[in-house]
Design a protein around this ligand. Structure first.
Ligand SMILES: Nc1nc2c(ncn2[C@@H]2O[C@H](COP(=O)(O)OP(=O)(O)OP(=O)(O)O)[C@@H](O)[C@H]2O)c(=O)[nH]1
Ligand SMILES: [Mg+2]
Length: 203
């Protein structure tokens, strides 16, 4: 049986959303700035523990606001599919205060406008560009505390540049959406093993 998990990657401009996705899927990183103009959808298949899991990863350009209803969602091509995903990855740049404010706003809008009955959709907050941590603008402890204790969201710091914690991010993601067959063993271990053996493939 194949299960598809849809995930949206959101964040302010230049925080590294596309870099994270591309590092995860293709093990590549570019220093060049190539802003995402339209929503990009990736469909990797991950084999874990003998089972296939389809991921639908949607890399969005920075959105001005989270669509308040289905009509708005479909009227704006950039927002399509945003309200019906299984999980959100909200990325900020640990060196950019405004990018944290951005995800704060988007998270709030997600909570206020989600479809009734889907309020449990997991949100993972990601602090990217960890390799530049000397320029960090908010102490890690403060963010982590706020995110985990108050927002009740997952928090991970990563570096798309050095492929640090990228795999962990996606394994935590699968765990958070309740990857049905990953309950007995730590998901990250299964996931890493699965990726080593099978790699991600674009279908
Ligand atoms: N040092 C460092 N630079 C990074 C990292 N991740 C991304 N970058 C750089 O940040 C810039 C923006 O990266 P993108 O992946 O295009 O960011 P984005 O969030 O997709 O940007 P938009 O599509 O414009 O919203 C690029 O120059 C990347 O090389 C990281 O972990 N460390
Ligand atoms: Mg992008």
């Amino acid at each position: 049986m194949v299960t598809t998990f849809k995930v949206a990657v959101l964040g302010a401009q230049g925080v590294g959303k596309s870099a994270i996705v591309r590092q995860f899927l293709y093990n590549e990183f570019s220093e060049a700035c190539a802003p995402t103009k339209t929503r990009r959808v990736y469909l990797p298949a991950v084999v874990m523990n003998g089972h296939v899991h389809d991921l639908q990863i949607m890399d969005f350009p920075p959105i001005t606001s989270f669509p308040v209803n289905t009509l708005q969602e479909w009227a704006d091509a950039c927002c399509r599919g945003l309200r019906s995903v299984h999980a959100y990855i909200l990325v900020y740049d640990i060196c950019c205060f405004d990018s944290f404010e951005y995800i704060k706003t988007i998270r709030q809008q997600i909570l206020e406008t989600r479809v009734i009955g889907t309020t449990e959709t997991p949100i993972i907050i990601v602090g990217n560009k960890r390799d530049l941590q000397r320029g960090r603008v908010i102490p890690r402890w403060n963010v982590s505390n706020l995110v985990k204790k108050t927002w009740k969201c997952g928090y991970i710091e990563c570096s798309a540049k050095y492929n640090w914690h990228i795999l962990l991010l996606f394994s935590e993601l699968l765990k958070s959406v309740g990857c049905a067959r990953c309950k007995h063993v730590h998901t990250a271990i299964r996931f890493q093993g699965a990726l080593r053996r099978n790699r991600c493939t674009i279908m």
